[in-house]
Design a protein around this ligand. Structure first.
Ligand code: 5GP
Length: 150
């Protein structure tokens, strides 16, 4: 795969605000934050999407995500946050290198704490869920095929 901007950041060829690093993972402040403290947690392995990631790097991500989330909550005062992870262009992935967004939520404060918060038009995460339905038969059929591959 091609070298992503995150690989260049991992190799320190491009500057970033790195808040965490170990042998497998870095965490940096997002350059276009949706809210104060918006952080990207990135495996050093250059996998484009989660399904391409090795077990070792996946485990390393799982190990540090709670710790980084705790630190961000404490520093920003956020009580809520989203962990978001996009895979593929249709899912909104812009950088083809696995990354987890940790996005603190300050909905009642217009998301951005410093600067000029604007509840309607300012920066922030806006998600819309429109749930569908799943019948018993569909669930059994779909589940059977997925389970076979795991
Ligand atoms: P995606 O849409 O791929 O899930 O999110 C990519 C994220 O990477 C965006 O939130 C964007 O602001 C962030 N980003 C892109 N380039 C850079 C960069 O050079 N430095 C940092 N710190 N963040 C970046």
């Amino acid at each position: 795969m091609t070298d992503s901007i995150f690989s260049k950041i991992i190799r320190n060829e491009i500057s970033s605000h790195k808040i965490y690093e170990d042998d497998f993972v870095i965490a940096i402040l997002d350059i276009g934050p949706l809210s104060e403290g918006h952080t990207l947690v990135i495996p050093k392995e250059p996998a484009a999407t989660m399904d391409e990631l090795s077990d070792g790097h996946a485990a390393a991500l799982g190990r540090v995500l709670p710790r980084i989330a705790r630190a961000i909550k404490k520093v920003t005062g956020a009580e809520s946050y989203n962990i978001l992870q996009n895979n593929g262009a249709d899912a909104g992935q812009a950088v083809e290198h696995v990354h987890f967004h940790i996005i603190p939520r300050f909905v009642d404060r217009g998301e951005i704490v410093e600067g000029k918060p604007d509840k309607e038009n300012g920066p922030g995460l806006r998600t819309t869920w429109k749930p569908g339905t799943l019948t018993q038969e569909e669930a059994v059929e779909l589940g059977k095929h997925i389970k076979r591959l795991l």
